[in-house]
Ligand binder design. Structure first.
Ligand SMILES: *Cc1c(COP(=O)(O)O)cnc(C)c1O
Length: 250
C-alpha cells in the first residue's frame, strides 16, 4: 500500500487537494444552477492507508469509497477503532463477488455495485442487526438497449444492462433489510462521458418513477466530475485528484 509522505505534510497535501476538488464541485454546480449541498463527495481511498482515511475525516470527509473487500475490511477495522463514533461512512464501489457479498454487506454502509439478482439474498443475509444496507443498481453504460449481444470489452467494469435495471431495482426495493438508494455507473473508457451520463440520468428517472426515494445518482470521478454534475449526479466518487496517483493495478 502506498503512502505519500507522513504526518503533517501528508495532511497538508490532502487538505489542499480536497479544497481544489471542492472548488471544482462548487464551480460546476454554479454553472448549472445546482446547490453544491446537493452533491455528496465520496473520497475513494483504495490503495491508500488507514492513516489517510483518519486524516481525511479530520478534514471533514464523511464518506469514503473502497473497491476491494479484504483491503477495506483491514483498513476500516483500524479506522473504526481509532475514530469510534466519527468514522466516515463506507461506500463499497468495487465488483461484488457472490461469495463475498454477505461479508461486504456486514462491512459497508452502502453498496453501489449491485448488478445482478443473485447478489440480493447474500447481501440481505449480511446486513448488521438493527440497520439497513443502502444499495444502488450499477448500470452498464457501455452497451445501449438492443445491444445485449455486444461483446464485452476487456476491462469491462460490470453493471446491469439498461433493460434489466428497473427489474433489479424492484427486487431490491422488495427486501426489508435493503434500502434502494438509486443508480450508479462508471463512464465507459475512451469515449466522451456526456452521452453515458445522460443515459444514466434516464435510467434514474425510470427507477424513480416507481421508487421516488431512490434518488441517488452515483457518477463522476477525478476526470469527469464536471460532466457528471451537469448530468445530475448526486454522489461523486473521487480518488486520485485527492489522494494522488495510485500504483499500477495489482
Ligand atoms: C477508483 C474508482 C473511482 C475513483 O477514480 P479516480 O479517477 O481516482 O477519481 C471511482 N469509481 C470507481 C468505481 C472506482 O473504482
Amino acid at each position: 500500500m502506498s503512502t505519500t509522505g507522513t504526518g503533517a505534510a501528508r495532511s497538508r497535501e490532502l487538505a489542499e487537494n480536497l479544497a481544489a476538488v471542492r472548488d471544482r464541485i462548487d464551480r460546476a454546480c454554479r454553472a448549472v444552477d445546482r446547490e453544491p449541498g446537493g452533491v455528496t463527495l465520496i473520497v475513494v481511498t483504495k490503495y491508500f492507508p488507514a492513516a489517510d482515511v483518519v486524516a481525511l475525516a479530520s478534514l471533514g470527509v464523511t464518506d469514503v469509497g473502497e473497491n476491494r473487500y479484504q483491503e477495506a475490511a483491514e483498513k476500516f477495522a483500524e479506522v473504526r477503532a481509532q475514530l469510534v463514533h466519527d468514522a466516515p461512512r463506507l461506500h463499497f464501489i468495487g465488483q461484488v463477488q457472490s461469495n463475498k457479498a454477505t461479508a461486504i454487506a456486514a462491512l459497508a454502509d452502502v453498496v453501489h455495485t449491485v448488478d445482478r439478482p443473485k447478489l440480493i439474498a447474500p447481501l440481505a443475509r449480511g446486513v448488521r442487526p438493527g440497520s439497513r444496507l443502502g444499495v444502488l443498481v450499477q448500470c452498464d453504460l457501455a452497451t445501449g438497449p438492443g445491444q445485449a449481444d455486444a461483446a464485452h470489452r476487456p476491462g469491462d467494469r460490470g453493471g446491469a444492462r439498461p433493460e434489466s435495471v428497473t427489474d433489479l431495482a424492484d427486487r431490491l426495493a422488495g427486501e426489508a433489510d435493503l434500502d434502494l438508494r438509486g443508480v450508479m455507473a462508471v463512464a465507459p473508457l475512451g469515449a466522451p462521458p456526456e452521452p453515458a451520463f445522460d443515459r444514466l440520468a434516464d435510467l434514474s428517472a425510470r427507477v424513480r418513477a416507481d421508487h421516488p426515494g431512490a434518488d441517488w445518482i452515483s457518477a463522476g470521478m477525478s476526470g469527469d466530475l464536471e460532466a457528471a454534475i451537469r448530468a445530475g449526479a448526486t454522489h461523486l466518487r473521487v480518488g486520485s485528484a485527492i489522494l494522488g496517483t495510485r500504483p499500477p493495478l495489482r
